[in-house]
Write a protein that binds this ligand. Structure first.
Ligand code: PMP
Length: 391
């Protein structure tokens, strides 16, 4: 069709530079093994940390909800799309997170957009880690507030930005709890101390920490013993929780404000009953099956140690997000292809998702993987590494 020529040119350029990516359809349910192009492979590329996407309790809850409430809600929350189960779930989530209130958005992405775009005005400033997630960056682009970026997890740089910001009405410091491409944890104790010194609010995006860190997976704030000292905790319901959605756990005031001003909340239809019911069951699983989180961490240690013993560089990861640093973009993709030949699905991540020359294979083990599967994956890494001359 005519009219898209300049877009086609750009796509061709991406193909020349090796950054064009095909979507890879799974032909099976998400799990420790998946079927791709008819081949059974070990899955190391999902965020399904606890294997909850196929947990029987979540599936049953979803099925029951469909039977009783149907498949859709027919409206945005503020008109006729709030079911009592939405409110029950938010109360349960707030209790779980030890906060006054919680509000669910359609996704983690729109939660960051909704919170950041609505709560700040031109009298305010937002101070953000340079490696924060794209949804934080986009949320910041939508605010009228002044913006300052501090060097990645660099507390001197953060303090500098806070010192320059004393004239603003509100200072909001925002950071990922766990950084999604390197798997390192934000130095939250130091961030909280600095924010308190300069009377700033703190917002933490726990997308990769919910269900992973803290007591029963309550997240980084709880992990560092900082309950009550972080004003805004954002997270996703699509990774360890296994379903779909985002949440903000915060004060009752901010919740009510977001109901009135958070545009993705106001103008987009609420979650289907099956989604909410499954998310609700996920909290029960976190509380009643803590062995899943234990297994996730045991598997993480086994796999990370194995990669290091083979001689791979896993960067600064401290969590189940474990990058295998390769460097060159084309070589990164080649390595990922070779891993696939060897029976492992582990995607290469290259520019622009990570800086140029910092291409990596990003692996995430889950609680569902058996030690045998992880050993099989390590053997595949060894063979692929030798084939490409990386070991
Ligand atoms: N924040 C971070 C740090 C993330 O990694 C992601 C997921 N890529 C999101 C937010 C967005 O979450 P969701 O997939 O639920 O939109």
């Amino acid at each position: 069709m005519k009219g898209f020529e300049h877009l086609q040119t750009e796509l061709e350029e991406m193909k020349d530079q090796g950054t064009y990516r095909e979507l890879i359809p799974l032909e099976s349910a998400q799990g420790s093994r998946v079927t791709i192009k008819g081949k059974d492979v070990i899955q190391l590329s999902s965020n399904n940390y606890l294997g909850l996407t196929s947990h029987p309790r979540l599936k049953q809850a979803a099925e029951d909800a469909v039977k009783e409430y149907g498949v859709g809600t027919g409206s945005v929350r503020t008109i006729a799309g709030t079911l009592s189960m939405h409110e029950d779930y938010e109360r349960k989530l707030a209790k779980f997170k030890h906060t006054e209130a919680a509000l669910v958005f359609q996704s983690g992405f729109t939660t960051n957009q909704g919170v950041l775009s609505s709560m700040l005005s031109d009298q305010d400033v937002v101070i953000s880690d340079e490696l924060n997630h794209a949804s934080i960056i986009d949320g910041i682009r939508l605010t009228k507030a002044a913006r300052k970026i501090y060097k990645h997890v660099d507390m001197e740089s953060l303090e500098e930005k806070l010192k320059e910001s004393t004239e603003y009405r509100t200072r909001l410091v925002v950071t990922d709890g766990v950084f999604s491409m390197d798997g390192n944890i934000a130095p939250l104790i130091e961030i909280v101390e600095l924010a308190e010194k300069y009377d700033a609010l703190i917002m933490v995006d726990d997308a990769h920490a919910s269900g992973v860190l803290g007591e029963n997976g309550r997240g980084t704030v709880n992990h560092f013993g900082l309950d009550g000292r972080v004003h805004i905790q954002v997270g996703t319901l699509s990774k360890a929780i296994g379903v779909l959605g985002g949440y903000v756990a915060t004060s009752q005031t901010l919740k009510e404000y977001l109901i009135h001003k958070g545009r993705p909340f106001l103008f987009s239809t609420s979650h289907p009953p099956a989604v909410t019911a499954a998310c609700d069951a996920a909290i029960d699983v976190l509380l009643e099956e803590p062995e899943l989180i234990q297994k996730l961490w045991d598997n993480t240690k086994f796999f990370k140690d194995g990669l290091k013993e083979l001689g791979f560089n896993t960067g600064i990861s401290e969590t189940p997000v474990t990058p295998v640093m390769i460097g060159d973009d084309a070589l990164t993709h080649k390595f990922s292809d070779e891993l696939f030949n060897e029976g492992v699905f582990a995607q290469g991540i290259v520019f622009p998702t990570v800086p140029k020359g910092k291409g990596r294979i990003r692996t995430i083990v889950t609680a569902e993987h058996s030690k045998e599967e992880l050993q099989e994956a390590l053997n595949a890494f060894e063979r692929a590494g030798k084939t490409l001359g990386l070991l």
